[in-house]
Design a protein around this ligand. Structure first.
Ligand code: ATP
Ligand code: MG
Length: 560
């Protein structure tokens, strides 16, 4: 696992330096924020940012704010805001009473823009977006704007009239006056306000000018007293502008921006834009489809908060982008559930097994351990009788070499926790399909070990008592994408890379009766088959539906 475990966290190293240096961090509480755009559900990539933001605050006994980044007046939805809060709480993080909206600072943003104009550090520009693009220069040629030296009074007047709604979209912009020759194009007099006659989901029609993210974000951070603004790597080239803003407007704090690499996972896309398209175009059943890399989808699939936090922590905080195997995520879930999940028996593709020498009408109860890793979870009772269900592939009419399970005249096998049996034959229907397996049992092997201590050569197989079994639908999942690195150049490309076999639905599965009362959020190890949880949307006492969270087989190879 060497390659995906990075023990030193460079963000913490930077913060340690800041604290040691004193200065503006003297005595300050480490204060971070998580700023999601409420235009979709959180995905596993966001978890990494959450763990960095909230985790860093936790480590330094500091604070972390939750701020909805609704600076853009695009479609935002209360549904998303509530879902984001629920997901963060589910992961185990809390923002206390520090929940904010970026748009709450619009008035302040405006005041700071006016301050910049008054200082001669911003001007109203009249270039259309196309003209501005043409005049932005290149590495050897500085940008130009004929409006750069517009008198302060004139800019103040125009900016006020922009706000008052006198002009149509794009007629004017407000630009910061920084450096037209800068090698960093973000510093070539970036636009900090533009005209957009658009309704804002919280501000209504109060505004027709909106601040750009690069201007609004540092102000939001500074006003909230954020000390360390942790963001993903695409903002690295924006850091000089971030610093310029906090240095040139009269905000009380100067936060430090530190960037980290985004999390990438193979066979997955982590972009709300594409996830949303998969939902809207019906390729998945919703944001919470258990195949989705969203937190709500993963929760429904049976992921635990601990497994996700562990995954993100072990992936570590890197400065360079890296792609983590999806199998490692499964590995982390399996590891957590192995400790916590109760062991039960369920048969997914059932065939009848009749114990011919077990008296008809008789039944007994076996006491079995719930979880060998947690003796404190105690035992439960399962019933045993003459009529059982076993997995169809635990029987072969004609054995293949090395087959150690049931076939006529084959080796003795153990029924897990019950008795030793031996297959003596089978019955078929009129088409020749096997419908019933016949076996005899050794009454002196209760619990699974024969009284005479003889060696059992066959396998141990799982079973369910047909007299008490409950029926269930079981959903098995595979990767949503076949391609290791799905084609995100177009929606068609992405759709082509989908795995058509990512969902397999099994009906008529037979589960031990204790699962009748299973609740979503509970996980079970179905022996030999994997970890399962009741589906939070579709499972009911009349129609049980279980999702396979992860199989038992580990395809994750450390170091690969
Ligand atoms: P998307 O492309 O999914 O829309 P985004 O960055 O636009 O992602 P935001 O809602 O703005 O989504 O993200 C909130 C925070 O989560 C940001 O600070 C962003 O850097 C971080 N984040 C988003 N995706 C990832 C990722 N894959 N790995 C790490 N951090 C991420
Ligand atoms: Mg974003």
């Amino acid at each position: 696992m060497a390659e995906i475990t990075e023990s030193k966290n460079f963000i913490h190293a930077f913060i340690d330096e800041d604290i040691a240096e004193g200065g503006r961090y003297e005595g300050a509480t480490v204060h971070t924020r998580f700023p999601p755009e409420p235009n979709g559900y959180l995905h596993i990539g966001h978890c990494k940012a959450l763990i960095i933001d909230f985790g860093t605050a936790e480590k330094y006994n500091g604070l972390c704010n939750l701020r909805m980044d609704d600076t853009n007046p695009t479609k935002e939805d209360v549904e998303f805001v509530e879902a984001i809060k629920e997901d963060i709480h589910w992961l185990g993080f809390d923002w206390g009473d520090r929940f904010f909206y970026g748009s709450d600072y619009f008035e302040k943003d405006y005041e700071f823009a006016v301050e910049l104009i008054k200082k001669g550090l911003a001007y109203v520009c009249e270039l259309t977006p196309e003209q501005a693009k043409e005049m932005r220069g290149d590495l050897n040629t500085p940008a130009t704007s004929p409006f750069r030296d517009r008198p302060i009074e004139e800019s103040l007047d125009l900016f006020a009239r922009m706000r008052a709604g006198e002009f149509e979209d794009n007629k004017y912009t407000l630009r910061a006056k920084i450096d037209l020759a800068s090698g960093n194009f973000n510093m070539r007099d970036p636009v900090i306000y533009r005209i957009r006659h658009m309704h804002h989901h919280r501000q209504g029609d109060k505004w027709c000018i909106y601040p750009m993210y690069d201007f609004a974000h540092p102000i939001q951070d500074a006003l909230e007293g954020i000390t360390h603004s942790l963001c993903s790597l695409e903002f690295e080239n924006h850091r000089p502008l971030y610093n310029w803003v906090v240095e040139n407007v009269s905000v009380p704090h100067h936060p430090r921006q530190i960037e980290f690499a985004r999390l990438g996972i193979d066979h997955t896309v982590l972009s709300k834009r594409y996830l949303r398209a998969l939902v809207e175009e019906g390729f998945v059943a919703g944001w919470d489809d258990p195949r989705m890399p969203t937190l709500c989808g993963m929760r429904r699939r049976g992921f635990t908060p601990a497994s996700i936090r562990n995954f993100c922590e072990r992936v570590g905080v890197a400065k360079s982008p890296n792609t983590i195997p999806l199998a490692f995520l499964d590995f982390c879930l399996r590891e957590d559930l192995n400790e916590s999940a109760a062991r039960v028996m369920g048969v997914l593709k059932p065939i009848k097994l009749t114990i011919t020498n077990y008296p008809e009408g008789q039944s007994e109860t076996m006491e079995v351990e719930n979880n060998p890793n947690r003796p404190e979870d105690g035992n439960r009772l399962v019933t045993f009788s003459r009529n059982l269900w076993i997995e169809a592939d635990d029987f072969l009419a004609e054995p293949i070499p090395k087959y150690k399970r049931l076939f006529p005249g084959g080796p003795e096998c153990r029924l897990k926790g019950a008795y030793v049996i031996q297959c003596i034959g089978y019955n078929t229907d009129e088409n020749g399909n096997v419908v019933e397996v016949l076996a005899t049992y050794d009454p002196n092997s209760r619990g699974g070990d024969p009284a005479d201590g003889r060696k059992i050569k066959g396998a141990t197989i799982h079973w369910v008592d047909a007299e008490t079994a409950v029926d269930a639908e079981v959903r098995l999942y595979d990767n949503l994408f076949n391609a290791e690195s799905p084609d995100t150049s177009s929606m068609e490309g992405l759709v082509k890379d989908l795995n058509p076999n990512s969902l397999e639905i099994l009906q008529g599965c037979k589960l031990e009766s204790s699962l009748r009362d299973a609740q979503p959020g509970q996980s079970f190890q179905f022996m030999r088959l994997g970890y399962f949880t009741p589906d939070s949307k579709d499972s009911s006492p009349d129609h049980l539906v279980f999702n396979r969270s992860v199989s038992l087989k580990d395809s994750f190879k450390p170091g690969k």
